[in-house]
Ligand binder design. Structure first.
Ligand SMILES: [Zn+2]
Length: 160
């Protein structure tokens, strides 16, 4: 299983457990839910706190090796959540079309996925969505780092 480092906490994990983000042409971060978009991407744990860490430490721009448009953290979080929702809907529809799912009025979205790999992907996205949706607030540590921006103090991760 290929592994990648999270741009938030720097921990290595299996690629499939991480979210992949790419930059749009105007330098906005965009979720690559299926991890197949061409070009450079960064990986991050599906977690509100890693999203926050990467946002504060500018790990996204570093990992993508380009300047990014300023984007508030809550907006980025909402974009990731919306993209995960879209990915779920798209996969369900695709599965319905190619016979990996059957109509079931009781199931989410009126479709019950019967193919195990596809069902596992949907479950994984649902779990990732819940973890990304956790509230992010500015902790004292985050505010402290912001205050020192530009002075290039070593971050907690770099000290370890
Ligand atoms: Zn992480």
């Amino acid at each position: 299983m290929p592994t990648r480092s999270c741009v938030g906490c720097r921990r290595r994990r299996e690629k499939s457990e991480l979210l992949r983000l790419v930059a749009t042409s105007v330098g906005r971060l965009s979720l690559d839910a299926t991890q197949r978009a061409p070009g450079r991407g960064v990986y991050i744990c599906a977690s509100a706190s890693c999203l926050q860490r990467a946002h504060v430490s500018r790990g996204f721009a570093r990992g993508l090796r380009r300047k990014l448009a300023d984007q508030p953290l809550d907006q980025l979080q909402q974009r990731v959540l919306a993209a995960l929702d879209q990915a779920v809907i798209a996969l369900r529809q695709q599965a319905r079309r190619d016979g990996r799912a059957v109509d079931d009025p009781e199931a989410d979205g009126g479709v019950r996925v019967v193919e195990p790999k596809c069902a596992a992907q949907l479950e994984s996205w649902a779990a990732q969505r819940a973890a990304v949706a956790e509230p992010v607030g500015e902790t004292d540590a985050v505010r402290g780092k912001r205050g020192r921006r530009g002075k290039r103090a070593p971050s907690e991760q770099e000290k370890k």
